[in-house]
Design a protein around this ligand. Sequence first.
Ligand SMILES: [Zn+2]
Length: 176
Amino acid sequence: MSDCCSSTDTNGALASDASCSIEVNDVVTKEDVDPVVCPSCEQSGTSIGLITVKSMLQPNALAELDPKQEFRFCASPSCEIVYFGTKGQHFRLKNLRRAVFQKSQDEQVEVCYCFGWNRIRIKTELEEDGQSTAVSSISAHIKAGRCACEINNPQGSCCLGNVAKVVKEVRESLYG
Ligand SMILES: [Zn+2]
């Protein structure tokens, strides 16, 4: 399986789903109509692998999935839609097994889904030690080949950018 941090492109994401070779062959091509904006908030979405959509959906939503289309991830904080497809199918927050970091301000929502970092863990560490080990710890795990963002993180790609952003925000809230 490819490195999680290089799988944000569609080809890489599809290649990671190669265990289902029939579906990979049937996936629509770039020549098909390719909506790049979310049908609800009209913000552009990022390409996401089918394996991530399958991993994140609740059983009843997965049972309705039409896999013969490409999906994109909507990261808009206030938008209920998480995944939208080239053939018009879309899934909302309530259809997912996990909370979506970008769409929740809850301190318990994970930032790093693989290794269990949420806002409160980062905040507690900063309060107690004055610094955060989150980025260096996660980076070490990535380097060791342990991360599985494609099946753990709703955005289907590496969390490090989000983690660094939360560390910066929490540090500013604590120390100005
Ligand atoms: Zn949206």
